[in-house]
Design a protein around this ligand. Structure first.
Ligand SMILES: [Zn+2]
Length: 129
């Protein structure tokens, strides 16, 4: 039997973990180009439009399109089938280096006072310092 205060404590700890997930550093950022490694859109490349650290997913422009049946609402007069991107899990995408064009991982380096990402393959800066 769990007593009330232990249960409360566990709930608090879980909330803390959930909160921390929002600030998790993601391997890719908005605006990055990524290549899809698995799934229906395997092999496609696209620009990252949104990053969801909580679920470790990214929304890639024009990749992993799904058709949704939209019911007409007051706001959206027209119903029918709409196409939208479905977020991909970060483990299924790999960063494409804007300098060398290869799929790569980024290493973080300090340049002056800024921390920039550096391509592990060509050692060029991915972000502008
Ligand atoms: Zn590179």
């Amino acid at each position: 039997m769990l007593t009330g205060h232990i249960r409360r404590q566990r709930r608090l700890e879980r909330a803390k973990v959930e909160e921390a997930k929002k600030f998790r550093t993601m391997p890719v950022k908005k605006g990055d180009t990524v290549k899809v490694l698995a799934g229906k859109s395997k092999g496609r490349t696209g620009r990252v439009m949104l990053v969801y650290p909580e679920t470790e997913r990214v929304l890639v422009e024009r990749v992993n399109i799904v058709k949704r049946h939209q019911r007409p609402t007051q706001r959206l007069q027209k119903g029918g089938i709409i196409e939208k991107e479905n977020p991909l899990h970060i483990s299924n995408v790999r960063l494409v280096c804007p300098r060398c064009g290869q799929t790569t991982a980024a290493r973080r380096e300090e340049v002056g006072e800024k921390r920039v990402r550096v391509c592990k393959k060509c050692d060029e800066q991915i972000d502008r310092a």
